[in-house]
Design a protein around this ligand. Structure first.
Ligand code: FES
Length: 123
């Protein structure tokens, strides 16, 4: 496989604790700035394949803006499952996590590198 670093953007392109989507050679990638640490993941939430752009970013996590699934930006793990049915109120976070692990895939993560102000990902 021919993995190469591709320039995606500069650090100024991504505001603090936010994310922005890019398409690099056919890959939909989300670059996230969490407390000035940068992460590169797949753009689409693994629940219903909707964009994670605009999700809440904190503590190396992103919360999907659609049904509030939470992903670890470091490794793509599902930390909290989706609330797909309005009004469904499962009290136990453990149950939600179990559901998430069963029905949701990890978010893809890309190797990211900063060179000066430029951000590269390995495609
Ligand atoms: S699309 Fe992200 S939680 Fe449903």
């Amino acid at each position: 496989m021919d993995n190469k670093l591709k320039k995606v953007c500069t650090i100024e392109d991504i505001s603090l604790n936010s994310s922005k989507s890019f398409n690099i050679e056919g890959h939909d990638i989300l670059i996230t700035n969490c407390d000035n640490k940068f992460f590169a993941t797949g753009l689409k939430c693994t629940h219903l394949n909707l964009s994670l752009e605009g999700g809440i970013v904190e503590d190396s996590r992103i919360t999907c803006p659609h049904h509030k699934s939470v992903f670890n930006l470091k490794d793509g793990d599902v930390l909290q499952g989706p609330q797909t049915v309005p009004g469904l109120n499962i009290k136990s976070p453990k149950v939600m996590t179990d559901i998430a692990q069963r029905f949701m895939k990890k978010l893809g993560v890309y190797k990211i590198e900063k060179k000066g102000n430029d951000i590269y990902v390995e495609i």
